[in-house]
Design a protein around this ligand. Structure first.
Ligand SMILES: [Zn+2]
Length: 55
């Protein structure tokens, strides 16, 4: 077993892992791509970014 975490959704190995929101009812961790996709699924219309940007 490698120390690297795998994404719960796509099973890709992750350098950066994201903790899913509680309301997603998921175990494990997500990669940035799946995390963004989940955000878009759960909060359609809202442009939630993984990394907040400031103006
Ligand atoms: Zn993924």
């Amino acid at each position: 077993m490698k120390g690297q975490r795998k994404c719960s959704l796509c099973e890709a190995e992750m350098e950066l892992s994201y903790v899913p929101m509680e309301e997603w009812k998921m175990d494990g961790f997500l990669c940035g791509r799946c995390y963004s996709r989940k955000l878009a699924e759960f909060y359609p219309g809202e442009h939630v970014r993984v990394e907040p940007s400031e103006k």
